[in-house]
Design a protein around this ligand. Structure first.
Ligand code: ADP
Ligand code: MG
Length: 655
């Protein structure tokens, strides 16, 4: 090697032994630089200090064995279009048949007498057989110390790239570039983790099984500290640059508002309002997340926060994720604020009234509001309802608009703590941990689709008692490729007939704003008793007299979504019923329905969701704004996330 200074950004194509073809293969794995190469995470490890005897293989249990190739051959059939290559390995205890279907070139990789390692699950024991196993031929001339007699890393590969080759490449360059491995977070060693360079060694060439886990954790810590630094740095910059607007108010509007509200705020709501008032009278602009399960009464908290701001002489923006929800807020707030002589404006893509008030007002709209031009200096508070529909980046763009209004983000999706610390690490958190007391209970039942008739009979009974109902479908229109998934448009007419004399309305995202609006109004006013809808009603819709929710093809929905949908009922004094009609074809679907039957606790549901589907689905991978982690695992790494948060805070302080 020439003695140029060592640099981890060195391109792999310039490394010794990496030609054109190999470089292209590495690129396909996302490996462009030495750094990428050293971060190439083993997919699994093999303990090659002891092998299992072929005689001891058990069915379906993955294992590595080692033996000699005693015979091999290729059979073609179907006029040469299909083939099977078979290799027989013997380790003295028994024989193992390895088969590859339609990969005739496999025969080029072996010859009789080769010493070979084989890894897979046996799919038969008579004779002992593995289909498409992973193999490595032992070449005594090669670096035996890397590939044998130790715990050996097995890497993700791409076509044509041999395991041993990339393992040697990594081993070589790990040695070579050792001096360039600069410890990014020395404080990690002080809390018991290996230093960076050791961690990389342990990742690729562990001495003991446990090393691999310690190494992973240390490297995950690097990722998490970097992210926390970014999050906390953002918050810090805000505190340094932003001047807070005094928005704590003087109660002259809140008092009459609460008097006319018709209910008393719960202790939970009052506690949160105290926190908000403290923030909005403070030195830095508020950045607060308000978490409260569906139905906890976040809207009333939003209203009081808005009033504090308006009392102080500033305007408030309230943003909702859907038009239906924005409309509903508009209606509510108009009813609440008009007696107080506060102007309430509605803005949406389809209906825009350019507001021109000189006095403070409330402007309600969808998140498109972010893009609209306002007299920014007048905006004292921005409220985002149902945050999980917005991404971190959208929140950012709003903050970057420059004038640093106070920010209140409201979410009904209880976020498991790991994710909360990661996604909302720059926000303070308030929780409404109590439901208003005047609620009936919600019972949930899971039924197979063939029970639809009985379910409708039950629903009619409830309508006869004076209640209202939702029937939800996963689709607007049928899709030929998935015939068993029902759609609102196809079902609506049939349903409307069978529900007579009660009236049903149709609601889905493809209707015009006016039509949506009309249907919602009619339902709210009980001119329609049943709403046949898609998941557009998922968030926020509040009609306390509606007590039945039937969800068809419930297996098509995620847990978070089902919880949101069910949150549309149980909002009044009457008992409510949620019926999930589901095809339980997969274990995951079964588990999801079971969770729904067993609990209405949003927090437990969110954790179950995270476990079943991972964080990406919970938040929408692309909008979650999270960097792709190689080592960190947001489901299991709560202690690491907390540690990273602490360490990042220490760093920020030391600056
Ligand atoms: P969410 O937290 O899901 O947004 P909402 O704000 O829509 O919940 O409130 C759900 C229902 O509870 C509404 O009908 C609301 O008027 C009612 N509500 C809110 N606070 C109280 C309270 N303190 N006492 C009684 N009912 C309340
Ligand atoms: Mg709400």
């Amino acid at each position: 090697m020439p003695d140029a200074p060592l640099n981890l950004k060195t391109l792999v194509k310039s490394l010794y032994g990496v030609g054109h073809e190999r470089a292209a293969q590495l690129h396909r794995l996302g490996i462009y630089t030495v750094e990428d190469l050293l971060y190439h995470r083993p997919r699994r490890y093999e303990d090659r200090r002891h092998f299992l005897s072929i005689a001891d293989l058990t069915l379906d249990a993955p294992a590595t064995v080692r033996g000699k190739v005693i015979t091999m051959g290729l059979n073609t059939f179907a006029r040469g279009r299909k083939s099977v290559f078979e290799l027989v390995v013997d380790d003295g205890s028994a024989r193992l048949h390895c088969r590859w279907w339609n990969l005739p070139f496999m025969q080029n990789y072996f010859k009789q007498g080769d010493d070979v390692m084989v890894y897979s699950k046996p799919n038969s024991l008579k004779p002992r057989t593995m289909d498409h196993p992973e193999t490595e031929v032992i070449d005594p001339g090669e670096e035996v110390s890397i590939h044998l007699n130790r715990i050996v890393p097995i890497y993700p590969l791409t076509e044509g790239l041999p395991q041993r080759w990339i393992r040697s490449l990594i081993a070589r360059n790990l040695e070579q570039f050792e001096p360039a491995l600069i410890e990014p977070y020395p404080e990690a060693s002080q809390v018991g983790y290996p230093d960076f360079s050791n961690a990389l060694h342990m990742l690729h060439f562990p001495e003991e099984r446990e090393d691999t886990d310690i190494a992973r954790k240390r490297l995950a810590l690097n990722e998490l500290i970097a992210l926390q630094q970014e999050i906390q740095g953002r918050r810090r910059r805000l505190e340094l640059n932003a001047v807070s607007l005094p928005c704590a108010g003087d109660n002259h509007l809140i008092k009459p508002f609460l008097a006319q509200l018709g209910f008393k705020l719960t202790d939970g709501q009052t506690k949160v309002l105290r926190e908000i008032r403290h923030d909005m009278g403070g030195e830095h602009p508020m950045r607060r997340l308000l978490q409260g399960d569906v139905g906890a009464g976040k809207t009333a908290v939003a209203a009081c926060s808005a009033l504090m701001t308006i009392e102080s002489g500033y305007t408030v923006l309230l943003m909702a994720p859907t038009e239906i929800l924005a409309e509903q807020h508009f209606r509510n707030f108009q009813r609440w604020f008009e007696p107080l002589k506060i102007p309430v404006e509605f803005q949406s893509g389809s209906r825009k009234s350019y507001f021109s008030h000189d006095r403070p007002c409330l402007i309600i709209g969808t998140h498109a509001l972010v893009q609209d031009a306002f007299r920014q200096e007048m905006v004292g508070l921005v409220i985002i309802d149902e945050q999980h529909k917005f991404g971190v980046s959208q929140r950012e763009s709003l903050v970057r608009k420059g004038k640093y209004p106070h920010l209140l983000v409201m979410t009904a999706t209880p976020i498991p703590r790991t994710l909360g610390l990661t996604l909302y690490g720059d926000l303070d958190v308030s929780v409404i941990d109590q439901m208003p007391g005047n609620r009936g209970r919600i019972r949930t039942y899971v039924r197979t689709p063939d029970k639809l008739k009985q379910v409708l009979a039950f629903l009619l009974e409830k309508l006869t008692e004076g209640r209202q109902a939702y029937i939800v479908y996963p689709r607007v229109e049928e899709d030929e490729s998935e015939k068993e998934v029902k759609a609102v448009k196809g079902e609506f007419n049939k349903l409307a007939l069978s529900l007579a004399p009660f009236k049903a309305g149709l609601l889905h995202g493809r209707l015009s704003s006016e039509d949506k609006d009309k249907v919602m109004t009619d339902f709210r006013e009980n001119k329609l008793q049943c709403l046949v809808a898609t998941s557009v009603i998922e968030v926020g819709v509040d009609v306390p007299n509606a007590t039945v929710m039937v969800i068809e093809n419930a297996e098509q929905f995620g847990l978070a979504q089902l919880h949101q949908l069910r949150g549309r009922i149980g909002r009044g004094a009457h008992d409510s019923h949620c019926i999930l009609l589901a095809r339980l074809k997969t274990d995951e679907a079964k588990q999801r329905m079971k969770v729904m039957e067993e609990t209405t606790d949003g927090f437990r549901i969110a954790e179950a969701d995270l476990e079943l589907r991972g964080p990406g689905d919970l938040l929408g991978r692309t909008q979650s704004g999270l960097p792709p982690f190689k080592f960190a695992n947001l489901i299991q790494d709560l202690p690491l996330v907390e540690l990273a948060r602490q360490l990042a805070a220490q760093r920020l302080k030391a600056k």
